[in-house]
Design a protein around this ligand. Structure first.
Ligand code: NDP
Ligand code: GDP
Length: 332
């Protein structure tokens, strides 16, 4: 039985990756930082909490990583841990760099020192392209990050390449474009919109405030994307890959798709709040996944229309069950 070690197991991708690896018969060790409240809602939604082995550790604490790798000697390591919200990275740039940047270096060092046979996956990001230097971004497009998050991810990307080239680690960097799902955090624009659609539909609120409606993203489905992570670690040679759909959609069109799903006119409910504009914006991202398709045999299976419909449906169901719960309590 192969052992996989996932940092960031409680996040969106951590949950879907755990599901995939368990279905393939892996023993899954999931590391999570000690917090005052356990954040297990995603693992609970996928019924995985009892199937993964949760262990305490933090990517900013090298000693915890050394101890865990020494104990479990994993065949595959997936570094998904991050302060992953771009907006927060301007308010907490140092913390972001410690977790998202130095955190990856700590883990690479731990692998090098304790168990260099492990295959390592680094969760890199299209935010590294930032102010895009080519209309469609590939593995060869020059980087130009626009946020502390993007800069931190670029550091961990190059560290991954460097540990592969200097120490011979089997280390891969997956340059993943935005990927969403019903398990996406509420602060990200897709889920913020689909949650608002559900609340507006059921009369719980009547407006949603957004920032730049003209920004465009290449949005895919997280469950499709975790397969690409796994495929990278099954190749003969370690390498870096862009994972994307090859289509881009504006925030305006996202709103249209999401509100149309419940037959509402988005222009009546969406307000622009200039406070939500970013200090430096990534205006448009569009990935070219040709290399992944050629070498990994990976292609995205979910269109943006299907993705947004799935997310609205799931939020409608969540809001309905919240309302039932509240009604139920009123009879107590
Ligand atoms: P999430 O924000 O949902 O998950 C991040 C995870 O990191 C959470 O489990 C969080 O734990 C954990 N974490 C935070 N700080 C630490 C720490 N100090 N030590 C250990 N774990 C920590 O992100 P996603 O699942 O969406 O993304 C996974 C990875 O992929 C991230 O690195 C992200 O930056 C990257 N990425 C994501 C993209 C996307 O569109 N989703 C696109 C490209 C890259 P807790 O829940 O307790 O806070
Ligand atoms: P990111 O690509 O990782 O920053 O993912 P987000 O979902 O946070 O943001 C995607 C784009 O949506 C960015 O260009 C934001 O400026 C834009 N956007 C517009 N309004 C909002 C909003 O209210 N919240 C967020 N998170 N993003 C918004």
């Amino acid at each position: 039985m192969r052992t996989a070690f996932i940092t960031g197991i409680t996040g969106q991708d951590g949950a879907y990756l755990a599901e995939l690896l368990l279905s393939k018969g892996y023993r899954v060790i999931g590391m999570r930082p000690q917090r005052s409240t356990a954040n297990l809602w995603r693992l609970n939604e996928l019924n995985l909490t009892e199937q993964v082995e949760l262990v305490e550790g933090d990517v900013t604490d090298l000693s915890s990583l050394v101890k865990l790798l020494d104990t479990y000697k994993p065949d595959e390591i997936y570094n998904l841990a991050a302060q992953s919200f771009v907006g927060t990275s301007w308010n907490q740039p140092i913390l972001t760099c410690q977790i998202t940047g130095i955190g990856a270096l700590n883990l690479l060092e731990a692998v090098r020192m304790v168990h260099p046979e492990s295959k390592y996956y680094q969760a890199s990001s299209s935010e590294m392209f930032g102010k895009i230097q080519q209309p469609q971004q590939t593995e060869d497009t020059p980087f130009y990050p626009r946020s502390p998050y993007g800069v931190a991810k670029l550091f961990s990307h190059w560290m991954t390449v460097n540990y592969r080239e200097s120490h011979g680690l089997f280390a891969c960097s997956g340059i993943l474009f935005n990927h969403e799902s019903p398990l996406r955090g509420l602060q990200f624009v897709t889920r913020k919109v689909t949650d608002a659609v559900a609340r507006i539909y059921y009369g719980l609120t009547d407006k949603v405030q957004l920032g730049n409606l003209d920004a465009q993203r290449d949005w895919g489905f997280a469950r499709d994307y975790v397969e690409a992570m796994w495929l990278m670690l099954q190749q003969e040679q370690p390498d870096d890959y862009v994972i994307a759909t090859g289509t881009t959609t504006s925030i305006r069109t996202l709103c249209e798709l999401a509100f149309n799903h419940v037959n509402l006119d988005w222009t009546r409910y969406v307000e622009v709040d200039p406070k939500l504009y970013r200090p430096a914006e990534v205006e448009v991202l569009l990935g070219d996944p040709s290399k992944a398709s050629r070498q990994l045999g990976w292609t995205p299976r979910t269109s943006v229309e299907q993705l947004i419909s799935m997310m609205v449906e799931s939020d409608l169901q969540r809001v309905r069950s919240e309302m039932k719960h509240v009604e139920g309590r009123s009879f107590l």
